[in-house]
Design a protein around this ligand. Structure first.
Ligand SMILES: [Zn+2]
Length: 416
């Protein structure tokens, strides 16, 4: 018999609590703490129904007999009582159950194991059709992973095509109108924004014939990875007559108003370059293009020196701050079950990607929007701060929130 894995052994013990197995043989009585029993010994007692015997004590995991001077786990009990070996005891306790007892489950396990980074030789305990099924699952995982690489690259190529077809912001009057309509100056020189006259809006990311819901003018912002490589596109469909200058896009079947923004391609660990100094020592970053543009506008109008300042957009709060290592209870929000809502805490997960901060940046200002829950947002901002300081301990990070639950764009006075 091949060795049981620890998991299999634990599973077998879980299925066979000592007290339940012993209780089938002898009359056990409760003793003290819950789950503790006392009674005749299944191995050595001559009266298994004795109401007074106290030589044998057990709980779910262990037993001990004062007369046998022995004890152990449920397997040891079975071996002593039945006079059988380890393999026999395992058999009597229901046998070794594969976590993949059927080919269908083994195949699923193979997929999971591939995703967990295990090699195709990782399960020597499997044999025969179970092994074949597990390997089928693993190979399916491998094929999917390769397809994902292919699909990601193909999407990147498509998005790059849209970006190449876009009119750069300097000549894009549609974008000039959008920014001035929101009371904002154009972002500083070097900002990577473009205007596409006929950007398609698909209902979903379905590979074959995704429903086309809208085609129209859009602001395009390339998403760059930590190396500055094009990895995706942030798209905002525009309409000078729409709410806040954005297109109102309605799903033709459901009547649902859809977000006028979409992110395609890879976002994690990326950012949008909103321009500014190339050799900057200070960086201003926030979740959205308009937020960061609003703060740029306010600083510029106040005559502040921006010659050493860089402007970046983190795309969303999750990417701005990265993943947390743990969650915290929300001070006031409750779940439907009445327990405190949990939100990601301030400690960052080093292994997870987030908006990159160039090493040359010695001062960073993080902009918190008022449109998410304040506690959630402040935890995310603190997480982004700790991440930035961990990369460069002398870095100063300031966190600024828009006043009174507004966003920074609301705080800019629109020109009369
Ligand atoms: Zn005994």
């Amino acid at each position: 018999m091949t060795r049981l894995t620890d998991d299999q052994l634990n599973a077998l013990k879980d299925r066979n609590p000592v007290a339940a197995i012993a209780g089938d043989w002898v009359a056990l009585r409760r003793k003290g703490r819950a789950g503790q029993y006392v009674g005749p010994c299944p191995i050595c007692s001559d009266d298994p129904q004795s109401k007074t015997a106290a030589r044998f004590e057990c709980d779910g995991d262990k037993w001990v007999c004062a007369v046998c001077q022995d004890g152990g786990d449920v397997i040891a009990l079975m071996m002593r009582r039945e006079g059988i070996d380890f393999a026999g005891a395992i058999e009597r306790l229901g046998g070794r159950r594969e976590e993949a007892p059927t080919p269908a489950i083994a195949e699923r396990r193979g997929l999971q194991d591939h995703a967990a980074g295990l090699s195709i030789n990782a399960r020597p305990e499997y044999t025969g059709e179970i092994l074949a099924a597990w390997q089928r699952g693993w190979r399916k995982g491998e094929a999917r992973a390769q397809y994902e690489v292919f699909a990601r690259e193909r999407e990147r190529t498509r998005l790059w095509g849209f970006w190449q077809a876009a009119i750069p912001i300097a000549r894009a009057y549609g974008l000039h109108n959008y920014f001035s309509g929101r009371g904002l100056d154009l972002p500083p020189a070097g900002c990577k924004l473009g205007w596409h006259p006929a950007m398609p809006y698909f209902a979903n990311g379905r590979e074959r014939e995704p429903p086309l819901i809208h085609t129209g003018a859009a602001m395009l912002a390339p998403i760059l990875d930590a190396n500055g490589r094009f990895s995706g596109l942030h798209i905002t469909w525009l309409d000078p007559c729409g709410p806040k200058g954005k297109a109102q896009i309605i799903h033709p079947d459901t009547g649902e108003v859809l977000p006028a923004k979409k992110v395609r391609g890879s976002k994690a660990g990326g950012y949008i370059d909103l321009g500014g100094a190339r050799d900057a020592s200070r960086m201003i970053a926030g979740e959205g293009i308009e937020t960061v543009a609003a703060v740029h506008t306010a600083l510029k109008r106040a005559g502040r020196d921006l010659s050493r300042t860089l402007f970046r957009v983190g795309i969303d709060l999750g990417n701005l701050a990265g993943r947390a290592t743990e969650t915290l209870p929300h001070p006031t929000l409750k779940t439907a079950g009445g327990r405190p809502q949990r939100v990601p805490g301030p400690d960052f997960d080093r292994s997870a990607p987030a908006m990159p901060v160039p090493l040359g940046i010695s001062e960073m200002i993080l902009l918190g929007d008022g449109d998410s829950d304040p506690f959630l947002t402040s935890q995310a901002m603190e997480r982004a701060r700790r991440r930035a300081v961990a990369d460069r301990p002398d870095r100063i990070v300031r966190i600024r929130f828009a006043a009174g639950g507004k966003d920074f764009n609301d705080m800019i006075k629109r020109p009369a």
